[in-house]
Every structure is written in structure tokens, then in C-alpha cells.
Design a protein around this ligand. Sequence first.
Ligand SMILES: [Zn+2]
Length: 76
Amino acid sequence: MFGKLIFFVIIGLLVYWFIKSRQPEDTETDSPPEAIEDMVRCTHCGVHLPKSESIASEDMFFCCDEHRHQHIEPSE
Ligand SMILES: [Zn+2]
């Protein structure tokens, strides 16, 4: 009778340990803050866009290669 009780206690502890070991640790998954990118303005059309997506030409930024060409080499 008493042996059975200890047996169930051990089983309970094993189950408890098993469940606990399987559970992922509560880790605060703070997403890193988005890097605030420099915003530049297309010299040709004035649209704002991230610097990494812009096309830099000398001291000017453009939203696309077409605008860069239109601004630097204006078509007649
Ligand atoms: Zn533009």
C-alpha cells in the first residue's frame, strides 16, 4: 500500500519533470526596434523614400533611375 503511493509519487514527479523539460522557456522575445533609416527626397519628383532605395547622384537623390536621367539630362 505504502509502496504503491511512493510509486505514484515518483511517476508524478517524472511526468512533472518531463512536461517541464518540454516547455519552452519564457523568454521575452522583444523584437529589435526597426532601424530608422534616413529618408531622402527625390530631386525630380519630390517623393520621399529610404536612402537605401534611392539612387544617389552627386549630392542629389532620386527615386528611380529614370528620374535621375530626366533631371541630369533633360530631354527636349
Ligand atoms: Zn522621382
